[in-house]
Design a protein around this ligand. Structure first.
Ligand code: DP6
Length: 319
C-alpha cells in the first residue's frame, strides 16, 4: 500500500531557464534553490478502474490532468508496470503565495509513484524522475539549499542538498500583488528566452554565479546571497525582454514592488527580491525585518497578500 508523499515547493536563487532537451527536461544551466517550509503538496496514488486526478478533493479534467497522466505513463513505461491510477493531491500552497506549485507537485508525484509500486530508489534517482515531470521538481526532493547540476545527460542531471539544515537567518516573503494566472507558462517562456542575444553570455556566467552563491552559503553571507539572487533574477527577466520576440512577466505592480525593495534598502532595511515566471515578487530578508517590510507592502499596495517562509525539508512519507 503506497504512502502519502509530501514535497515542499522551492524557490530558485540561481534560476533554471532554458532546456537543451525538452523531452528529458535537461537544463542548459545548473540552478540553486531553497526549499520552503510553508508550501507543500501531499500526494497519494492508488489503483483505479480509470485514471483519475483529484486536486484538493476536486477531480481535474483537461490540461493539468493530462500532464499528470502523461508523466505517470512515462514512469510506468520506464519501470515496465501498467494499470490505471487514482492520484489524490492536496496543495498546501496558499493561493496568496503567488508561487507556482509544479516543483512540489511533481516531486510528490514521483515519490508517490515509487511508493505505490514499492520501488525503493535512492534520492538521487528520485530527483532524476521528478526532473522529468517538471525541471524545478528535481530540487524539491531535498531540503535546505539545493543544487541541481545540469549534467550531461539523463543519468547525470539531478539535484542534491548543499546544506539540508542551514543556519542562515533567511526569510522569504511571497508577495502576491496580482492574482491573475501567468500569461506564458515556464515551459514556453524559457523556450522563447533562448532567442535573446544575451542568452549565451548569461549561460557563460552560470558557473561563476553558482560558485559565488555556494561561497555565500558556506560563509553564511546573507548580503552576498541576496545581491546575487537579485542579479540572477534581473538577468533572467532581461533575457525575456530581449528575446525575439520579446516578452515580460512584469506588470506595473512588479516594478512598484522592485522600487519599494530598493527604497527599503536605502533606508537601511536589508532586503532583496527574486521573481519567477509571473508578476509576483519574493522578498529575501532577515527575521527582524519581516514585520516592517510586511507593513510597508500592506500600506503601499491594495489587496496585497503576504506569506513568509523559511527553510523546508525534503520529501517525507506520511501515514
Ligand atoms: C522561473 O520547472 O516550471 O521557476 O521544466 O518546463 O516544467 P518545466 O519548468 P519549471 O520552470 C521553473 C522556472 C523558474 C526558475 C526555477 O525554478 O529554477
Amino acid at each position: 500500500m503506497g504512502k502519502t508523499v509530501r514535497a515542499h515547493a522551492n524557490i530558485a536563487l540561481i534560476k533554471y531557464w532554458g532546456k537543451k532537451d525538452e523531452r528529458l527536461r535537461l537544463p542548459l544551466m545548473s540552478s540553486l534553490s531553497m526549499t520552503l517550509d510553508r508550501f507543500y503538496t501531499d500526494t497519494k496514488i492508488t489503483e483505479s478502474d480509470l485514471n483519475h486526478f483529484y486536486l484538493n478533493g476536486i477531480e481535474q479534467i483537461g490540461q493539468s490532468s493530462q500532464r499528470v497522466f502523461t508523466y505517470l505513463k512515462f514512469l510506468q513505461d520506464k519501470f515496465g508496470v501498467s494499470g490505471n491510477l487514482a492520484v489524490r493531491s492536496t496543495n498546501h500552497v496558499p493561493t496568496a503565495a503567488g508561487l507556482a506549485s509544479s516543483s512540489s507537485a511533481f516531486a510528490a508525484l514521483a515519490g508517490a509513484f515509487c511508493s505505490h509500486y514499492g520501488f525503493e530508489i535512492e534520492p538521487k534517482e528520485l530527483s532524476r524522475l521528478a526532473r522529468m515531470g517538471s525541471g524545478s521538481a528535481c530540487r524539491s526532493v531535498f531540503g535546505g539549499f539545493v543544487l541541481w547540476q545540469k549534467g550531461e545527460d539523463d543519468t547525470t542531471s539531478y539535484a542534491y542538498a548543499l546544506n539540508e539544515k542551514p543556519e542562515m537567518d533567511l526569510q522569504l516573503l511571497a508577495i502576491e500583488l496580482n492574482p491573475k494566472p501567468k500569461k506564458l507558462s515556464s515551459t514556453e517562456g524559457m523556450k522563447q528566452a533562448t532567442s535573446s542575444p544575451f542568452f549565451k553570455p548569461w549561460l557563460q556566467r552560470n558557473q561563476t554565479e553558482l560558485d559565488q552563491m555556494i561561497t555565500a552559503i558556506q560563509n553564511n553571507d546573507f548580503t552576498a546571497l541576496g545581491q546575487l539572487a537579485e542579479l540572477n533574477a534581473n538577468e533572467m527577466h532581461a533575457i525575456n525582454l530581449t528575446a525575439q520576440p520579446g516578452f515580460t512577466y512584469f506588470e506595473p505592480q512588479t516594478i512598484a514592488a522592485i522600487n519599494l525593495v530598493r527604497h527599503l534598502r536605502e533606508t537601511g532595511i536589508e532586503c532583496y527580491y527574486t521573481i519567477d515566471a509571473g508578476p509576483n515578487v519574493k522578498v529575501i530578508t532577515r527575521l527582524k525585518n519581516v514585520k516592517e517590510i510586511t507593513n510597508q507592502f500592506v500600506s503601499q499596495f491594495d489587496n496585497v497578500k503576504i506569506v513568509n517562509a523559511s527553510f523546508g525539508p525534503g520529501l517525507s512519507y506520511l501515514d
